[in-house]
Design a binder for this molecule. Sequence first.
Ligand code: GLY
Length: 369
Amino acid sequence: MKNLSSLNKHVDVALAERSYRIEIGPEASQILAAMLQSLKAKGRRVTVIADAGLLSAQADFFSQHGVDSGSVISVPQGEASKSIEQFARLLSELAQRALGRDSVLLAAGGGVCGDLAGFVAASYLRGIDFYQIPTTLLAMVDSSVGGKTGINLPEGKNLVGAFWQPKGVFILPALLETLPAREFAAGVAEVIKYGMLCDIALFEKLEQLPHLAADDERWCEIIARCCELKATIVSADERETAGSGGRALLNLGHTFAHAIEQVSGYGTYLHGEAVAIGLSLATRMAIKNDNLDPAIQARVDSLLQRYHLPIQLSAPLDTDSLISAMCKDKKNLAGKLRLISMQSLGQAYVTDQISEPLIRILWQDAGAA
Ligand code: GLY
């Protein structure tokens, strides 16, 4: 019989009084159930905000963890749920249930649900405790960790939100097995991103491994490594205010990705798919601007393609609209575009020295019109 205990890992996010633990592996389920039991024993009411997809794929998940179905609020799948309307609906639901300051929210789902529920937790009664139970690979390695919560406006992505750290994160990699293949692949883009921005050993390990299916046990260790890298970055720069480097580095490929999502209309590309195109573009940019070895383009592209991720736009988008969307990015300072580039594979940095003509060429190489 396999020794499953070796798959269990934990990572601590060190943020003084806001510190918390990320539990990863099969045992995270028991640890979650025990935590919920102890909250109940203290008389604290637990409400779950859960992704509708999770509720249909894993109908018994919450009852198995001691939460009754009346305490579960469903959120429709998809980026459109990160809206003022859903935010207002959830706040009203909590108020109608007369939940007090000592109540606790669980955010169970992918990045959309986690960002939305986290922002509800940050706002309701000026902030209540919440825990993250990420169910997509993307949420496990990125959005559930670090306390960025928020919603979109018609004017742009994540324009409203708060830094509100969870009290804990429970990662059950077995949940990946019921994830649609496309969603799973989209999460791999964020894993590859970590290798490119700060961990060449992780990148090389992914290169050496064959394509790993969602039920492969090796994901436990890979997810834990990504959480470790994110925890270190977030502990050093919680609010993304570092003058150079810091949390902004996690946005490698993301300025391109957000522009693709906005111009194509949210939902055309999954976030991770847009990130994959962004990572390929960021590599091209680093080759042209930072003398990155040109051979790295093929390595990045072939790793992305191993996981069936796109490296080019599937249909042309308007270059001017893409550039104009990039100019609205939150990282920009003093009206200057700030992008993440690479000095070498595994070593990213922030720059405001990329010229518009170069960005135009990059978009056209990626299939923009
Ligand atoms: N996803 C980027 C960050 O958490 O800072």
